[in-house]
Unconditional design. Structure first.
Length: 249
C-alpha cells in the first residue's frame, strides 16, 4: 500500500453542510427583484412568485440534469436566462451576470465552516500532505473561490477544481485527473474524501485513488462496501490515514 501524499476533498456535505436558508434566499431575491425592476419595462412578479418561478425553476433544471446522470455541467447563466425568459424577461448579459451573483449570495450567506474542519486541514498540511478539492458545482467557480477565501479554506488548499469550470462532473475521470495534474500527484498516493458512493468513491477508484466515505453531513449507504474507509466525522480521517501509512512502512 502506497504512502498518502495527497488528500482530496469534496466540498458540499463533506467540508461544509452546503445549503441555503430561506432567509438568505429571500434577501437575495429582494435584490434581484430590484435589479430587474430597474431595467425591465414590465411588472416584476412579487418576491415569492419570483423565487418560485426563477430560483426554483433553476433548481429544477439542475435536479433534472443530475437525475438523468448527465456528466456535462450546465451553464448557470444560460439557466437563469431560460428561467427569466419563462417569466417574460429578456435581459442584457450584464444584468444576467449580476443576477447570477446575487443568487449565489443566498448560498454564501448560508455557509459556515467548523473551526475543527480548518484545524483538520492545517494538521494534514503540517503532516506533509498536499490538499485538493474536487466539487460538482453548477455555481460559478470564481464565486465559489470567493466563498473558500471567506471561509478560510483557500489558503489550506494546493489546488481546487469545480465542475462548472471543468465542464464535467464527478464521476467523470477528467475532473479528478485535472486536480491530480495541478497537484502533480500520483493517484496511487492520493486519497479522496466525499459523501457520495457513485460520484466520489466510484469516481476516485476509477482513476486509481483510495476513497473514504464521510457520513458527517449526509448518510448514503454503501451496500457493496466499496469505500476503502468510512467515517462519521472528519476528525476520524487522520487516524485512518496514519493506519494506512503505518501499513505502508
Amino acid at each position: 500500500m502506497a504512502r498518502v501524499g495527497a488528500v482530496l476533498f469534496d466540498f458540499g456535505h463533506t467540508l461544509v453542510d452546503f445549503r441555503r436558508t430561506e432567509e438568505a434566499l429571500h434577501a437575495a431575491y429582494e435584490q434581484i427583484r430590484d435589479r430587474i425592476d430597474a431595467v425591465a419595462y414590465m411588472e416584476v412578479p412579487e418576491l415569492l412568485d419570483l423565487i418560485e418561478r426563477v430560483a426554483d425553476g433553476v433548481d429544477r433544471l439542475v435536479a433534472e440534469s443530475y437525475a438523468q446522470r448527465r456528466l456535462e455541467e450546465l451553464d448557470i447563466a444560460a439557466l437563469f436566462r431560460e428561467a427569466l425568459g419563462s417569466v417574460g424577461f429578456d435581459l442584457p448579459d450584464d444584468v444576467i451576470e449580476h443576477i447570477v451573483a446575487l443568487d449565489h449570495s443566498a448560498y454564501s450567506n448560508s455557509l459556515t465552516v467548523a473551526p475543527e474542519t480548518l484545524d483538520l486541514l492545517r494538521g494534514l498540511r503540517d503532516g506533509g500532505h498536499q490538499l485538493g478539492l474536487v466539487s460538482n458545482m453548477t455555481l460559478r467557480a470564481d464565486l465559489m473561490r470567493q466563498d473558500l477565501d471567506r471561509l478560510g479554506i483557500s489558503p489550506l488548499l494546493d489546488a481546487s477544481v469545480f465542475s462548472s469550470e471543468a465542464g464535467v462532473r464527478k464521476p467523470d475521470q477528467r475532473i479528478f485527473r485535472e486536480v491530480l495534474s495541478r497537484l502533480g500527484a500520483d493517484p496511487a498516493e492520493a486519497v479522496f474524501v466525499g459523501d457520495r458512493v457513485v460520484d466520489d468513491i466510484g469516481g476516485a477508484h476509477a482513476v486509481g485513488m483510495r476513497a473514504v466515505l464521510t457520513r458527517q453531513f449526509r448518510q448514503e449507504d454503501d451496500p457493496e462496501g466499496s469505500a476503502d474507509g468510512t467515517i462519521d466525522d472528519l476528525a476520524e480521517l487522520p487516524g485512518l490515514i496514519s493506519k494506512w501509512e503505518g501499513a505502508a512502512g
